[in-house]
Design a binder for this molecule. Structure first.
Ligand SMILES: C[C@H]1O[C@@H](n2cnc3c(N)ncnc32)[C@H](O)[C@@H]1O
Ligand SMILES: [Zn+2]
Length: 434
């Protein structure tokens, strides 16, 4: 079975269930889906055959907002309001982070994501060159942004600009087609208008994404109105940060006009329901307004200190339930739309392909256990995927035709778990001594 992780060549997933039909999925040597259907096995001479009986195939999941290395902070500070949680617990601990911490924290995040069917993620954190090492080795896709925070200080801004430029140059020089750089202005409450404008211009010049937090709490909105005389989305827009390359995380407190603005600018809005509920931000993303505006609504987990896991199968359920509950509508965000948020919308946000199981798409494929209780009976794949299954049902994961997990085995798992646990313990120890 070990060969399957290193094998390169054409591949056939034989007799797998896709949307209720039994089909073959043929994958070419470039890792693209060559054909899908009853006769797809004829399109290639497969070097490797994966038995798809007892498996349900869905497109690989895309996590459009996380802070991957925050796996090391899992369970470190829970059950607190956002502002206090960040300033009293999270930021003081993050001040002690090292590059090695980010490497092992990101490796653990990648492991957890692969185990729950995620093939691509949008990350904002620190020491991102080391995050790139982790992603490189784990084989999934990532868009990596340095978390730009200037707190209105000119000196700090110069340092953040340097760090951002260095990361972008580093990622470009790596030439790994699975890894992209983005610019990551943290939010309107941590980045000055000058900083936001620089981020927008630099991203435009480089042709790369902008990854930002937007309207997470009511306080963010009232503080922004008090300081700048406008709401956060309008402020971001005036600084040039709202573009079709922008992923705005949370979007909980947007008003209807701001939702229209995001739609007009072609922004991707990343819904993070578990984090929003845990931090009691007290308003769910207005999905109905964003959908009507034409914004690209996608899904994220946020970091492991506010979720506290990276399981997009769970997150789809949280999204579908939270929207219904918060907006008092049983028909809002049905299962099929929740799956699209986590697949095609996510892929569009990160530019990683169509995010569908179709010929010509990258072979980013998740095989779920059709024999798991959550898939019995299989009246409707979308329904079981969103409402019944969690990451534990994921058996095999492919990214660009490469097998990242097979029959729940991920190469190197033991070392990652051991090293990440040690790094987390040492990090907390350093913070205590300080
Ligand atoms: C990139 C920066 O974002 C912080 N961070 C993590 N979670 C959230 C959240 N829900 N809201 C705002 N900032 C967050 C990280 O702790 C890091 O400091
Ligand atoms: Zn976040």
């Amino acid at each position: 079975m070990n060969d399957i992780f290193t094998a390169r060549g054409s591949m056939l997933i034989a007799g797998v269930t896709v949307n209720g039909s039994t089909v073959d999925i043929a994958i070419d040597e470039e890792g693209m889906i060559a054909g899908i259907g009853k006769d797809a096995r004829k399109t290639i001479d497969a070097d490797i055959i994966i038995d798809g009986s007892d498996r349900v195939a869905i497109p690989g999941l895309v996590n459009t907002h996380t802070h991957a290395a925050m796996t090391l902070l899992r369970g470190y500070a829970d059950d607190m309001p956002l502002a206090e949680w960040l300033s009293e617990k999270i930021w003081p601990l993050e001040a002690h982070l090292s590059g090695d911490d980010v490497y092992w924290g990101t490796k653990l995040a990648c492991l957890e994501m692969i185990k729950s069917g995620t093939v691509a993620f949008n990350d904002m954190y620190f020491f991102m060159e080391r995050a790139a090492d982790a992603v490189d080795e784990m084989g999934l896709r990532a868009t990596l942004a340095y978390g730009f925070i200037d707190l209105g200080m000119e000196e700090k801004r110069a340092a953040e600009i340097k760090a951002t430029e260095a990361l972008v140059a580093h990622v470009k020089a790596r030439k790994n087609p699975r890894i992209q750089a983005a610019v990551g202005p943290h939010s309107v409450y941590t980045v000055s208008p000058e900083g936001l404008s620089w981020c927008a211009e630099f991203a435009e010049e480089q042709g790369i994404a902008v990854h930002v937090h937007l309207s997470e709490t009511e306080k963010e909105v009232t503080d922004c109105v008090a300081e700048f005389g406008k709401r956060p989305a309008v402020h971001l827009d005036e600084c040039g940060c709202l573009t079709p390359r922008t992923v705005a995380a949370h979007c909980c407190w947007l008003d209807e006009a701001e939702c229209r603005l995001l739609g007009e600018r072609g922004v991707s809005a990343s819904h993070n329901p578990a984090s929003n509920m845990k931090l009691a931000v007290n308003r769910a993303m207005p999905y109905h307004w964003l959908k009507a505006s034409g914004a690209n609504v996608c899904l994220g987990t946020d970091g492991c200190a506010s979720n506290n896991s990276l399981d997009l199968l769970e997150e789809m359920k949280f999204a579908a339930l939270l929207q219904k509950f918060a907006w008092n509508s049983q028909t809002l965000l049905p299962a099929g739309e929740a799956v699209a948020m986590a697949t095609s919308a996510g892929a569009r946000a990160l530019g990683t392909g169509p995010g569908t199981l179709t010929a010509g798409a990258p072979a980013d494929i998740v095989l779920l256990d059709a024999r798991a209780a959550c898939n019995i009976p299989l009246h409707n794949t979308d329904s079981n995927t969103v409402y019944a299954c969690n990451g534990g049902a994921v058996m095999t994961v492919l990214c660009q035709g490469r097998v990242l997990m097979h029959e729940r085995t991920v190469p190197g798992e033991e070392e990652i778990v051991r090293e990440a646990a040690a790094a987390a313990q040492a990090l907390v120890g350093r913070a205590r001594e300080a």
